[in-house]
Design a protein around this ligand. Sequence first.
Ligand SMILES: C[S@@+](CC[C@H](N)C(=O)[O-])C[C@H]1O[C@@H](n2cnc3c(N)ncnc32)[C@H](O)[C@@H]1O
Ligand code: SF4
Length: 449
Amino acid sequence: MQIDFQHLKEFDVPVPRYTSYPTALSLTECKAQEVVEFENARRPDGPVSLYFHLPFCQSLCWYCACTKIITNDRSKSRVYLERVRKELQLKKAWFEGRKMTQLHLGGGTPTFMTTDELAELLQMTREVIEWAEDAEIGIEIDPRTLDEGDAFKLAEAGFNRASLGVQDHDPKVQRAIHRIQPLEQTRAAVESLRAAGFGSINMDLIYGLPVQTLESFNQTIEDVIALRPDRLAIYSYAHVPWAAPAQKILETRYGLPSADEKIQLFLLAAQKLDDAGYVHIGMDHFALPEDSLSKALNDQTLRRNFQGYSTQAGVEIHGFGMSSISQTDRQYFQNAKELEDWEAAIDSDALPVIKRVVLSEEDALRRDIIMAIMCSAKLDLDALSGAYGWSADDFQDEWSQLRVMQDKGLVELEGSTLQVTPVGRFFVRNIAAIFDTYRAAQKGFSKAI
Ligand SMILES: C[S@@+](CC[C@H](N)C(=O)[O-])C[C@H]1O[C@@H](n2cnc3c(N)ncnc32)[C@H](O)[C@@H]1O
Ligand code: SF4
């Protein structure tokens, strides 16, 4: 596919990634008690997904935009874990009679903790909620911190899905981003996880890093395809130096690829993965056809949440640990972002929540519209709005903005239906943003490309 980026430059502006709508920036300060009262009044009985944010990492990757704490003090994880135990107990009443269908450990680096600590964390969850028999128990793994034998211990503890941070295998790129991770180390991690019986392995790569070339990225993709992960996330490098100051090193020392170069890198990866039999999912994910993510795409049950794409439609997410966000049907709420604030709340037996947004009926409809665009790359506006007692006529402003995008070849409109074109996929966030009523007043997003 050829893309003439020159006439699309106007769309390379900061836009949200829409892991949720409204986005995390729409959350405003609140009292924890308000969140508790809202949740207590609902008394839902559906399935639950638990997310744990484990922030510690041994060394700083200069590109990293995650919420993390760099330390060599191994004792920190035990202290953190004990507070997570307390946080679970504080929320226990919400989980009575319900089943946990999914659990995910993200970070930071969950494998900064010892395998015994991670096993203990899983055990703690069993004390507050019953696990569904086929629950997906996932963990983000930095292959640099996975020792021999760890994979077996993790499987024994109950983990069955792993997501490996890889980013790029080229030694020059690795030096530039301050993350030395030889291909052998990644391969050893994949092999040990497979041998331990992990059912699904994901890998994260990033395009748009300094020193990356079409040739070097081609090699990285070939190496990764040879390892045959079930899923791949090929993230666009998000340059947000105001939030992640170490990123300035990349900018000043090496310079960053242009938007045009980034598109070429992604097209190369997408083509090679297509040739290797992977299905392109949503914005930046790829999965083998037999993977549940590909099946969810076919069944139109694919969803997006704060951790990315998910197969678990209609499942509430409850977050634990500093900065984690919970997503229930009509309320999103976030824990204190700083470690000390999260600790202080837990130590005084209070929920560590500091921000929330309550979704209006209109927010919920706009969320469904935005998620349809982000997950299925298509939209039936009349059908979706009808479910909320609205109609496509209520979105005339949005539709006229979409007509401009149609003229640029990003979408095809017919009646009240929309289909994102292959070129439009690069700008799917911009297309979704047309339905976002909060965005005009918000700053701090990474650029579309
Ligand atoms: C929490 S890390 C994964 C686990 C572990 N800490 C590791 O690095 O192996 C989450 C992922 O976010 C992605 N990421 C971090 N900073 C990013 C950025 N600035 N732009 C795009 N992706 C980024 C990386 O692909 C990384 O693997
Ligand atoms: S990419 Fe992973 S290991 Fe590197 S700093 Fe970020 S969270 Fe830590």
